[in-house]
Ligand binder design. Structure first.
Ligand code: S3P
Length: 167
């Protein structure tokens, strides 16, 4: 099976959906941030702090190269900026998970472990900065997507069904 690549802004629920879909089907869930953390033995937050964003983006490219050459039959959740890698389309079918910024902001900040979720995301510093980044990225997410799915007010089963029917 061709991989499914979930792209979209921080906190939209890419990882949750990938894991749920893997649990209900015969495919693997893979997360690009997890791959980078295991490659470097460092947390994303620490990579940003010690090595900077540019270095992190190089690791994303390295991860993309490996995924494109070596991985099949998987649903891949990606970091919010991963869509910029050169060979995105060669990894699989690109599914953009879309939601309004305020919905995403609430999902992160009103969750049980909000502090942890914000802390581990170096680019989610303030409402204003995160919203600016969101607005810059939305047209780019749309332009690379094969499929766009609005995730607001849908449960996991509905989302899995929608993805499966559109692919
Ligand atoms: C980033 C999103 C993060 C993580 C890193 C950079 C981004 O992943 O890759 O902090 O540039 O939007 P999530 O989308 O899972 O939060």
């Amino acid at each position: 099976m061709k991989n499914i690549v979930l792209i979209g802004f921080m906190g939209v629920g890419k990882g949750t959906l990938a894991r749920a879909m893997a649990g209900k089907t015969d495919i693997y869930a893979i997360d690009t941030d997890d791959l980078i953390e295991s490659l470097t033995n460092m947390k994303i937050k620490k990579i940003f702090k010690k090595k900077g964003e540019e270095y992190f983006r190089k690791l994303e490219q390295k991860t993309a190269d490996w995924l494109a050459s070596s991985v099949q039959n998987s649903i891949i959740s990606t970091g919010g900026g991963f869509y910029k890698v050169k060979n995105l389309k060669s990894i699989g079918t690109i599914v953009y998970l879309q939601a309004d910024f305020d919905w995403i902001y609430e999902r992160i900040t009103k969750s049980k472990n909000a502090k942890k979720k914000i802390k581990k995301r170096p680019l989610f510093k303030s409402y204003k900065d995160a919203k600016k980044l969101y607005e810059q990225r939305v047209p780019e997410y749309k332009s690379v997507a094969d499929i766009i799915i609005n995730v607001e007010d849908k449960n996991i089963d509905e989302l899995i069904e929608e993805i499966t029917s559109k692919i």
